[in-house]
Design a protein around this ligand. Structure first.
Ligand code: BDR
Ligand code: CA
Length: 315
């Protein structure tokens, strides 16, 4: 089993990622750490607990994360995940307590207790992971890899931005905390960035048969998923919006789901116009080799990804 920490900002799609990860036999979820992003960390940490209670996995510790991004204030998410941050599933308030350790401590301790074995899945801004690396730089050599829903690289005709209203060029998770992304991208840890190029794809849509199977299931997580799809559809979005972050979990389970290319990437941390932009140096000559090399999702097998997601939700 691959040991993972899921660092997330639930978020309906982060919640679906939690469900998918916890139900996969291929993964062992050692900790969930919550961060500011889709909502403030008070809400996202509670939402993580709510999902774990929904699927009966309260054995997994949840650490509450950084109160703010590394150097900025957290912007407000223009794309609402609903009043509860979970597509108005309105799950009951959790009775399970948060871990005594905050997210940064939980990341450091979990990595140190499993040197060379932990993969960190980042489905929110990278504030917690960057702070963990800053506080305990020695963990960088002990992290097996990072799979992140991060960036937009302009590799296909799909979205370049979803920080709608804030910048015409940035993906939300990087936009919220560009300085954190800069630290993590430059950390030397093997990073796979699954950006909007692969994670927001119109081919990720449910068939009538999928909907029927979810409706017939008595699993609470199937109902959660249906409500999330209904929620995004009602607002004029396709089903993929409800499962963006699941791509990182899919990749952790089966890396053949996503084809990647490697390239030098820089993070914009200064310009208002392009704050949080992930700049891929695509030149053949004169490439800025000082920029870190990152694996970037270029295309994915959406049919197999959806099959895996459906199988795990219904299991
Ligand atoms: C990210 O935006 C958030 O709304 C989603 O949870 C996802 O992690 C994609 O840019
Ligand atoms: Ca997210």
């Amino acid at each position: 089993k691959k040991k993972i920490i899921l660092d997330c900002d639930p978020g309906m799609d982060d919640s679906m990622a939690i469900i998918m990860a916890c139900k996969s036999d291929a993964l062992e979820v050692k900790a969930i750490t919550a961060v500011n992003g889709n909502y403030r960390v008070d809400v996202t940490s509670k939402n993580a607990l709510k999902v774990l209670e929904l699927i009966g996995r309260t054995d997994i510790p949840v650490g509450k994360g950084m109160p703010e991004p590394m150097v900025r204030k957290c912007p407000k998410d223009p794309f609402t995940h609903g009043k509860d941050g979970q597509a108005e599933n309105n799950l009951p308030d959790p009775v399970t307590p948060l871990s005594d350790k905050n997210a940064v401590e939980l990341i450091i301790d979990t990595v140190k207790a499993n040197p060379g074995e932990i993969y960190i899945l980042c489905t929110g801004p990278m504030s917690n992971v960057a702070m963990a690396m800053k506080k305990a730089p020695e963990i960088k050599e002990m992290i097996a890899g990072i799979y992140a829903i991060s960036g937009a690289f302009g590799l296909n005709r799909y979205a370049y931005t979803n920080a709608t209203g804030d910048t015409p060029q940035s993906e939300w998770n990087v936009y919220v905390d560009p300085e954190a992304a800069d630290i993590v991208y430059n950390s030397g840890v093997k990073l796979v960035a699954l950006g909007l190029d692969v994670a927001t794809h119109f081919d990720v849509n449910l068939t009538d048969e999928d909907i029927r199977m979810l409706e017939e299931s008595d699993k609470p997580e199937a109902k959660f998923f249906l409500q999330a799809v209904h929620f995004v559809n009602e607002r004029g979005f396709e089903a993929y919006c409800a499962v963006i972050d699941c791509m990182a979990v899919g990749y952790a389970i089966d890396a053949t789901l996503v084809k990647t290319i490697s390239g030098h990437v820089g993070i914009e941390t200064k310009s208002d116009l392009t704050l949080g932009m992930t700049v891929l140096d695509r030149r053949h000559h004169f490439v800025w080799e000082s920029l870190p090399v990152v694996e970037i999702g270029e295309s994915a097998d959406y049919e197999r990804f959806l099959k895996l997601l459906m199988k795990l939700v219904l299991a």
